[in-house]
Design a protein around this ligand. Structure first.
Ligand code: SF4
Length: 542
């Protein structure tokens, strides 16, 4: 449907915008708060198999590489991921800036300021800056829809990937979006662009020079972009907003103007930024006409940190807001010097804490009881000090909390296997890695190959619940029945590759089998298998 108003999540607005922009293929890896973009596209593809294809991938890197192939074939592609997923995809992302992008390539990344469901709150605008590619940052759902359409056009116009940056509250809030007419998909076209597509040093040097030349073009594009609007005239105060920060500023604007009027002060200058690279001429203009500048940006101090350099060190009276955590109408209000809203919602004091927990009956609960029992039996002293239990990212990270308190490290996707290998190499007697089946495929498998090659004395425990549970039960890339063959093909000795059913009734028996594998002085892999309850309920419903 086009030219109609629909109530869409920010993520859905991106997905629908991509369809209406004539996207041919979409790839991604689930991760909050980005998951709903590709989920929407997959649902649409199921309804209309002749429309744009959409599929989950093993990880963000493989997703971006598939999208590059689509672009080389002349068609439009979108890749979706959360902010830390861009770390995984950073190799093809940074390098793709040097390529001559053919079909529009949009990398949609949803950041998680406040770390609702993430291990850090890195700001993806730094990645766009590092790769030297344009970035668009919508302030609302309508802009999310419009900007993804624009991003494809910009990508094809400048032959460059374009990063679309979202944040949690935009991705997961719903608002009315007016849609535009749908464009046709590009036709497949094969041209020989090998000098522009091969980053062999001789070609890469030329391509890098071309990327450097494009920077002035991108800066002019950002300067002219209507979203980067500077309003107001000379004032004691300048305000810079970016993305969703503008909404919180505007929500307080009437009170702010009234307060300043009472103080005998003029309305402040206001520059909103939604298209990057930074519109440096407008930032200079603002700084030349204000004594002080407040920067309201969500994430890290991307804009605030660059003003000093942009003004040649001439302007230093910069007040950045919120170096960590989310913006909201109240903390923006406080930064503007306004009294708290009477209607502001406040959490009553003294409410009990409700930390996240595994679902009742979760298979991981039984696996952790078994792991703890086996680990405790290795050493009669409490706390089993000779055992390192490294873990990973997924529902099973909750094994860190009571009553299990089983794991001691969670760093990034797939890291636990490498860390367990390192602990063993360092001389720790019993080294374990606890990882989910999907995280294992995402990026644990390469570290398993290292451990298998060295036959490191350690035990990898794969919690196979047959789904990507934490992000809403997306399908795993490798189903349970194929997992054993895959692991054995990586070089794991089949007599130390066992599958156990994660079941309370089998606690004693499983703990004894696990203990034997932990004591084995070579690499062993133990798979605890039982379907996630949420996935089971969903599948039953379907
Ligand atoms: S969603 Fe599934 S894997 Fe996650 S806690 Fe619930 S039952 Fe366990």
């Amino acid at each position: 449907m086009s030219n109609e108003k629909q109530a869409l999540l920010g993520d859905e607005a991106v997905a629908l915008g991509a369809i209406h922009a004539g996207v041919s293929a979409a790839y991604g890896y689930p991760g909050t708060p980005s998951t709903e973009i590709l989920q929407y596209l997959i649902d649409e593809y199921k309804k209309n198999p002749s429309g744009p294809s959409a599929a989950w991938c093993a990880n963000e890197k493989t997703a971006l590489e598939a999208a590059l192939g689509v672009s080389f074939a002349g068609r439009r592609a979108i890749v979706t991921m959360k902010h830390v997923g861009l770390n995984v995809a950073s190799d093809p992302f940074i390098n793709s800036a040097l390529l001559k992008i053919k079909g529009g390539l949009v990398v949609a990344v949803a950041d998680d300021p406040g770390m609702h469901s993430s291990q850090n709150e890195q700001d993806s605008r730094f990645y766009a800056n590092f790769a030297m590619v344009p970035c668009l940052e919508p302030r609302n759902q309508q802009e999310a829809y419009d900007m993804v359409r624009e991003a494809f056009d910009v990508s094809e116009c400048f032959n460059i990937p374009v990063l679309l940056r979202l944040v949690t509250r935009l991705a997961h809030a719903r608002a009315g979006v007016v849609t535009a007419p749908k464009k046709q998909q590009n036709k497949v076209s094969k041209t020989d662009e090998k000098e522009k597509w091969m980053l062999l040093p001789a070609f890469a040097r030329k391509n890098y020079a071309s990327l450097l030349d494009k920077q002035a073009v991108f800066e002019e594009w950002a300067f002219q972009h209507s979203v980067n609007e500077l309003t107001g005239s000379k004032s004691d105060l300048g305000i810079i907003t970016s993305g969703i920060g503008c909404n919180y500023y505007e929500e307080n604007l009437d009170d702010f103007i009234a307060m300043r009027k009472k103080q005998g002060k003029k309305a402040p200058l206001h520059l909103h930024i939604g298209a990057y690279p930074l519109p440096v001429k407008k930032i200079r203009q603002l700084c030349e006409n204000a004594d002080e500048v407040i920067v309201i940006e969500e994430g890290q101090n991307f804009i605030a940190g660059k003003i000093f350099g942009i003004t040649g060190g001439a302007f230093t009276n910069i007040k950045p807001l919120i170096p960590s955590g989310e913006l909201d109408p109240d903390n923006v209000r406080a930064a503007l010097g306004l009294a708290p809203r009477k209607s502001a919602l406040r959490t009553p004091a003294g409410l009990p804490q409700r930390p996240p927990q595994l679902c009742q009956g979760c298979p991981h609960a039984d696996s952790y009881e078994t792991i703890n029992k086996a680990a405790a039996s290795l050493d009669p002293r409490s706390g089993h000090p000779d055992v390192a239990i490294n873990s990973d990212i997924g529902c099973y990270s909750l094994g860190a909390a009571p009553p299990y308190s089983a794991i001691e490290s969670v760093v990034c996707m797939g890291a636990c296997i490498g860390m367990a290998k390192g602990a063993s190499d360092a001389g720790l007697k019993y080294s374990l890695a606890v990882i989910g089946d999907s995280t294992f495929i995402h990026s644990g498998i390469t570290a398993l190959i290292d451990a298998a090659t060295a036959n490191t004395p350690m035990t990898i425990i794969i919690l196979d619940n047959s789904t990507v549970a934490m992000t809403g039960c997306q399908p795993t890339m490798v189903p349970s029945e194929k997992l054993v063959n895959l692991i054995s093909g990586c070089g794991v000795n089949s007599s130390h590759l066992i599958v156990l059913e994660a079941k309370k009734q089998l606690l004693e028996e499983n703990a004894a089998k696990l203990k034997a594998e932990i004591e084995y002085r070579g690499l062993s892999v133990v798979i605890f298998r039982r379907e996630c309850l949420e996935a089971f309920r969903k599948n039953k419903k379907q």
